[in-house]
Design a protein around this ligand. Structure first.
Ligand code: MV4
Length: 445
């Protein structure tokens, strides 16, 4: 049993972890940068330690500073949240070496999934469908051309150290290959200090559907059904929902079994997510595994009626999971409320929230660290909170979302609320007919 958890994060996810820890009778330690002195996670935790200057590298990414905070507060576990150090294998290893439980997977599990070619090889060996492409790293431009010719264009070049869309290049025909190959390699080397790239057949207009999984320390894995995250802009998710409007019982069963095979292949411990691309024929392919709790975990919580942070902490404490899979009950949607201007290319809009009124009522959940007078710092991501609605049907969840968005008042900064209001009224969105390209053709009125 943990006595005290240090949360190596900020914002809404730090608050989210503090809330569950309190319900479990576990003490919490917040860490904060000087830019976050007046943050809610600092106020709501049992203790708080300043770990440095605003820049993430001086605070939320600074492992020695965080380990010093662990030592002076006598915490016995660290929750990394998402982003920052959540998928840092070195950090997980350092925690283990110091006898501090990292509430997440081991360093080995993070590394195996962090390198995309290694992840893909593991999935092929486990019998999980992957997108056809090069076997491992591309060795030369000639090899790239010859594989693409055999497979047929279009193809996509990806960085093995990448993920989340960084450093990808789509190649439509052979004449573009040389440029794409060179820029992909240079970009990968600059961004990840690893210029290894690989190739896949480009799947056109896919849906992004991910399966939530959980695995315990004894080798039991289960799946907690899917989330549809196809509503994205420049690889930033804006809306997530469960179940997916594209899902069928057979597809859920097949994807759920594949996701469990994927997690079991690395003896996965903790909660995690298997991301799949799904084409229009409902063929699905493993894309990446996220070895962390994700921003959008709340929609799953609402349709399976479980606290995923509680499950994650219990797994880290060595509890067994039942091994039963979950079917979604009802429908949940999440809108990310960011301090961004949707009328201005979603430009960040940090600053002071001068007026705040958050919605409530039946079927409405707000996960946010914002309050009247809160100043959104410019140093971190621009998410102010998440608005989640749950209802018996998708249509009702959308109607509740529209109503809740209409109640939401945030003054002082621009937000994504007008975007979400328009989306909830969009006929194509309401009919469930969308894929990852949907927002490319979306214009604010
Ligand atoms: C793809 C793809 C099409 N074909 N791979 C984007 C994020 C990264 N995880 C991989 N991504 C993609 N990989 C093949 N072979 C299309 C995307 C993609 C995408 C995927 C999920 C959600 C939104 C996306 C937006 C553009 C491209």
């Amino acid at each position: 049993m943990f006595k005290k958890i240090l949360i190596a994060n900020r914002g809404e996810i730090a608050l989210r972890v503090i809330r569950t820890a309190r319900e479990m009778g576990i003490k919490t330690v917040a860490v904060y940068s000087t830019a976050d002195r007046d943050s809610l996670h600092v106020k709501f935790a049992d203790e708080a330690v300043c770990i440095g200057k605003p820049q993430s590298s001086d605070s939320y990414l600074n492992i020695p500073h965080i380990m010093a905070a662990v030592e002076i507060t006598n915490a016995d576990a660290i929750h990394p949240g998402y982003g920052f150090l959540a998928e840092n294998a070195k950090f997980s290893q350092i925690c283990a070496d110091h006898g501090i439980k990292f509430i997440g997977p081991t360093a080995e599990m993070i590394s195996k999934m962090g390198d995309k070619i290694s992840a893909k090889e593991t999935m092929i060996a486990a019998g999980v469908p992957v997108i056809p492409g090069s076997e491992g790293l591309l060795q030369s431009l000639e090899e790239a051309k010859s594989i693409a010719r055999e497979m047929g264009y279009p193809v996509i070049l990806k960085a093995t150290a990448g993920g989340g869309g960084k450093g990808m290049r789509i190649v439509w025909e052979e004449s573009e290959m040389e440029r794409a190959y060179d820029t992909a390699k240079v970009e990968a080397g600059a961004a990840f200090k690893n210029d290894g790239i690989y190739m896949e057949k480009f799947v056109e207009e896919p849906r992004h559907i991910e399966i939530q999984v959980a695995g315990d320390q004894y080798g039991t894995v289960c799946h907690l059904s899917e989330r549809d995250c196809s509503i994205q802009r420049r690889h930033q998710k804006l809306v997530e929902e469960s179940p997916s409007p594209f899902m069928t019982p057979e597809l859920r069963h097949k994807m759920g079994e594949a996701a469990k095979k994927a997690a079991a292949a690395i003896n996965y411990e903790s909660v995690g997510t298997i991301e799949f691309l799904v084409d229009k024929h409902r063929n699905f392919y493993f894309m990446e595994m996220n070895t962390r709790i994700q921003v959008e975990h709340c929609v799953t919580e609402e349709v399976i009626n479980h606290d995923l942070i509680k499950e994650q902490i219990k797994i880290a404490m060595g509890e067994k999971i039942s091994g039963l899979d979950y079917e979604p009950q009802g429908h949940a949607i999440e809108c990310r409320i960011n301090a961004e201007d949707p009328y201005n290319d979603f430009r960040p809009s940090p600053g002071k929230i001068t007026v705040l009124h958050q919605p409530g009522g039946h079927g409405v959940r707000v996960d946010s660290h914002a309050y009247t007078g809160y100043v959104i710092p410019p140093y971190y991501d621009s998410m102010i909170g998440k608005l989640i609605t749950v209802a018996r049907t998708r249509e009702e969840a959308i109607d509740t979302m529209y109503r809740a968005l209409s109640e939401y008042v945030i003054e002082g900064v621009k937000t994504t609320i007008p975007f979400h209001l328009q989306l909830m009224q969009d006929e194509r969105f309401r009919s469930g007919d969308f894929n990852t390209k949907f927002l490319e053709g979306f214009k604010m009125k």
